[in-house]
Design a protein around this ligand. Sequence first.
Ligand code: SDX
Length: 425
Amino acid sequence: MPTAKLILDDTTVELPVIVGTEGERAIDIRKLRAQTGYITYDPGLANTGSCQSSITFIDGEAGVLRYRGYAIEDLVEHSSFVEVCYLLIYGELPTRAQLEQFQDRLTHHSLLHEDMKKFFEGYPPSAHPMSVLSAMVASLSTYYPDSTDPEITELNMIRLLAKLKTIAAFSYKKSIGQPYIYPRNDLSYTADFLHMMFAVPSEPYEVPPLFEKVLDVLLILHADHEQNCSTSTVRMVGSSGADLFASISAGISALSGPLHGGANQAVIQMLEAIREDGGNYQKYLEKAKDPNDPFRLMGFGHRVYKNFDPRARLIKKLVDQVFNEMGINDPLLEIAQKLEEAALKDEYFIERKLYPNIDFYSGILYRAMGIPTNMYTVLFAMGRLPGWIAQWKEMREDPHTRIYRPRQIYQGSTHRPYVPIDQRG
Ligand code: SDX
């Protein structure tokens, strides 16, 4: 078994090394503080493994992404979002019978409790749907409490997968003053969501097959991404024993930030700002490079991918296919393409290995499908839900799981006596 030697002051400690199935190596520091009194320091945890997991593998240098060993490219070509949900949560591709039963369970749990519709009445039309989504998911705990019975826990996973799209669509309908459209059991998961989003009671609505396929692929591409910010949040909250809905609600909140899942909305807002500024994308490239300017090129850069995000490549191919098939041209797409081309040739981005990430082009596709901008991150959450559930389940079932409780290095005042108020300056 490989080990690592650490020389501290006049002692040398030998630490075990953990090797993963893909050859990744970690120094096991679980006994470091007990043996040396030292802790490690790694803000943002960029160099720290929080767990061992069998769900998703990423090779950031090579631009590789696999769910349970299956390459994202194969899953996009051959699988479906519902099948990928099953794969992530249960670890294996389902048999036909298993898939049909899983799909049937999702279909028959997609209704919300009628009383939950009242919750939407309290939100202003301007409410961001991510805030509504996080609150509604947390509220599911009040209808479906946690249980030590594994069958109830699994049923709650099914309920959450089935109801999240209904909550998302209802929050959109409420925000535009249209009546809720109920789930339909004769539609696929993805078609049902689009139908709930865009149908109205006064006339039939046929979900465009192209949009059903495109959204299904987008949901697959978003389904999991190992220990990103929101998934780590789900694991951290769940590590205290908090129930599934509370843990996922926290993950939704973490995802809403513009540096994370909120980036897909921020990219479109950035492209619109450039368009309003006469299409002057070079100006924004310079702003992104200026250390004194907080502006960042949204949809660019990644903590793990120091090469192209494989998901961005696949989304870009989808953009070309959809725009050709629909015969549309979107000025924002042209700006995005020019921005990408200029950035990829610019020393600042090359030196820092900044490439387009999943969020750079996804908004362009959502826009082509008529999805409103403030719903983009909700669709990211819908895609990421099976990954969050799978990671929460793995954390719960892992005997090595401990409550997350990091340490710190204290830099505040050392001990000082209390000063009575009439003696203060
Ligand atoms: C997602 O982790 C995941 O897996 C996330 C995700 C998932 O599927 O869950 O992939 C989804 O969140 C994708 C990322 C979406 N966010 C954005 O597109 C926002 C813009 N990108 C950045 O804010 C940034 O690239 C991050 C947040 C994505 C990564 O930040 P890091 O790893 O902390 O990198 P950093 O801030 O340390 O940057 C390193 C350098 C810095 O320059 P210097 O201080 O060395 O001079 O690169 C610069 C940064 O200023 N930089 C950028 C930049 N991203 C990094 N400069 C301009 N524009 C950018 N977008």
